[in-house]
Design a protein around this ligand. Structure first.
Ligand SMILES: NC(=O)c1ccc[n+]([C@@H]2O[C@H](COP(=O)([O-])OP(=O)(O)OC[C@H]3O[C@@H](n4cnc5c(N)ncnc54)[C@H](OP(=O)(O)O)[C@@H]3O)[C@@H](O)[C@H]2O)c1
Length: 343
């Protein structure tokens, strides 16, 4: 089968930074599905892994996490899907990725695909929606099904227009929260407003006076989706006593958790890959979340965050998509698809 990968860290403008090669089509065993990939997206994790690689790898590493595709074959322990099923998922950090013709994935982190979206519109959603859902509804313990009880609660979402922020803003709005999202350009400000932000503040300037000028001395929840070190002092200042903070980004230098002691605020990480990486007992919850998100998409309560489609899935288009994500200026998501006219 055809696949796209890399063996060493090269600038994405180099034609050999991501190249096509052929490898055997894998055979599914156990809980694995073999999926024919129809569309895949590029996330910052793809570019981070490529750019974080040292030396020369003995064999090409295949990136790609998001997928929409069709089940081609199943392992002997599979019970949730059968060949021919339409599926979507965000994959595992440990395994070869979806930048290939066929892909192996554990059925427990796969959901039935929505009915009403194009392949590209679907492939934009899984990784960012799992991240946003787990951050809000697992790590922050917000109940998505009690919007009336959540009314009056306020969340600050730092980086509202990126892939994750575009989903988090929609989910928080759906859960009944007042959403203050951050964005710095006219187009990202408009995008966050269109996706459910009640207020927008600029993350290139001090967030504290901007949020307070809106009438909120503090906020109940803060979801950090861009640069924890940069925004930490603002987070410490703005979180309400006993409030909840979740970050999905790394921390280049240690953060001072002692700063939260007087407010006894809670800080938690979200890593979308934790469940599949450690094979946790609640791994099946990603199947449940993707099933629920598909229903929300089909009912029109959540919209796709697709903004750019590249076709077909080949090395040149993949390099273009990596370059876009590396710019750190993405609005929503960039997707590669083999299905022509899919958006
Ligand atoms: N832990 C996990 O499971 C997980 C999952 C997904 C992503 N991530 C990480 O989360 C981060 C966001 O991912 P993403 O896919 O949403 O990224 P993205 O789509 O590439 O985000 C792009 C957006 O970032 C905004 N931005 C740039 N600099 C900023 C700053 N200093 N403060 C706030 N916003 C800023 C830009 O807004 P403006 O143009 O308006 O400035 C732009 O719209 C990445 O670091 C990614 O690796 C982690």
């Amino acid at each position: 089968m055809r696949a796209i990968g890399f063996t060493q860290k090269l600038p994405i403008t180099d034609d050999t930074s991501l190249t096509e090669f052929f490898e055997p089509k894998p055979t599914p065993t156990g809980h694995d599905l073999l999926v024919k990939v129809v569309a895949t997206s590029v996330n910052p994790v793809d570019t981070a892994v490529r750019r974080g690689t040292t030396g020369v790898l003995p064999t090409p590493k295949v990136l790609g996490f998001d997928a929409y595709g069709i089940v081609d074959a199943v392992g002997d322990a599979v019970s949730l899907f059968q060949p021919g099923d339409r599926v979507w998922y965000a994959g595992s950090f440990k395994r070869p990725g979806t930048d290939s013709e066929y892909h192996l994935v554990d059925e427990r982190i796969v959901g039935p695909a929505p009915e009403k979206l194009s392949p590209a519109e679907m492939a934009a959603i899984p990784l960012t929606s799992l991240t946003a859902w787990e951050a809000l509804f697992e790590q922050m313990h917000i109940d998505v099904d009690t919007p009336q009880a959540n009314a009056g609660k306020t969340i600050l979402i730092i980086n509202g227009a990126g892939g994750v922020g575009s989903m988090a803003t929609q989910f928080a709005h759906l859960a009944g929260l007042t959403v203050i999202a951050t964005a710095s350009r006219p187009e990202t400000i408009a995008w966050t407003q269109d996706h459910g932000a009640d207020h927008v503040v600029n993350h290139r300037e001090d967030l504290v006076p901007q949020v307070q000028a809106l009438g909120y001395p503090t906020v109940d929840y803060i979801l950090e989706l861009s640069n924890l070190n940069q925004h930490w002092p603002e987070i410490v200042s703005l979180i309400v006593p006993s409030g909840s903070i979740v970050s999905i980004t790394g921390s280049d230098t240690p953060i001072d958790l002692r700063a939260l002691k007087q407010k006894r605020a809670t800080f938690a990480w979200e890593w979308m890959f934790t469940k599949s990486y450690f094979g946790t007992p609640d791994m099946l919850s990603q199947h449940d979340i993707l099933t629920r998100v598909a229903q929300l998409v089909d009912s029109g309560q959540i919209v796709t965050t697709l903004t750019k489609t590249l076709s077909p899935i080949d090395a040149a288009n993949l390099r273009t998509a990596h370059e876009l994500v590396e710019s750190n200026r993405m609005i929503g998501k960039v997707v590669l698809t083999n299905e022509s006219g899919s958006d």
